[in-house]
Design a protein around this ligand. Structure first.
Ligand SMILES: CC(C)(COP(=O)(O)OP(=O)(O)OC[C@H]1O[C@@H](n2cnc3c(N)ncnc32)[C@H](O)[C@@H]1OP(=O)(O)O)[C@@H](O)C(=O)NCCC(=O)NCCS
Length: 148
């Protein structure tokens, strides 16, 4: 096992979920997390027909911010000093993506593939999504896990 990604459906709304992910240090920087999280979103919006998926990360977690923006999630909020973590107050970003935004991204990726344009190294991620400090992960509690 090289890491995990997980989702938690909101207790008050079963069409919304939060995701989280972690890779072992030796498996980072090879695209595995991007591929796994893209696959997870495909399942959540495809098979599970969710409406909105969110992810929360520490503002200093640059690798996670890059990953979330690379796969096309939008930064929706910044909560100042919202969490007590390793002896200090930390601030957090909330990222989100809607089902219609995810389908548009998938369609664009498919069009690029049909036109023979490179769409990046990660299946399911559109070329236009390939935009280019970790204080560590705070795992989701009570989640369903997918081992990588
Ligand atoms: C967040 C985390 C999973 C991101 O891991 P990551 O290795 O940066 O992400 P990926 O596996 O998708 O790899 C993408 C990186 O590999 C690079 N890469 C190298 N070879 C690649 C290849 N063949 N294909 C795709 N990407 C490749 C990409 O350019 C990218 O680097 P960049 O972010 O510097 O631009 C990891 O930092 C982690 O586990 N951190 C601790 C836990 C954590 O913070 N979890 C998130 C809580 S919200």
């Amino acid at each position: 096992m090289i890491g995990d990604c997980a989702f938690q459906v909101r207790a008050d709304d079963e069409r919304q979920a939060q995701i989280g992910f972690t890779l072992s240090p030796t498996s980072q920087k090879q695209g595995y997390a991007t591929e796994a999280v893209t696959g997870l979103l495909n399942v959540l919006f495809g098979k599970m027909r969710l409406h909105r998926v969110t992810a929360t990360c520490d503002v200093e977690n640059e690798a996670s911010v890059r990953l979330l923006e690379r796969i096309g999630m939008r930064r929706e909020a910044r909560f100042l000093e919202s969490v007590w973590f390793k002896g200090a107050w930390g601030s957090e970003y909330v990222y989100a993506v809607l089902d219609k935004e995810w389908s548009r991204a998938r369609c664009a990726a498919d069009r690029c593939a049909e036109a023979g344009m490179g769409v990046g190294r990660t299946p399911g991620v559109g070329a236009h999504l390939q935009s280019r400090s970790s204080r560590g992960a705070r795992g989701l509690r009570g989640t369903r896990d997918a081992r990588l």
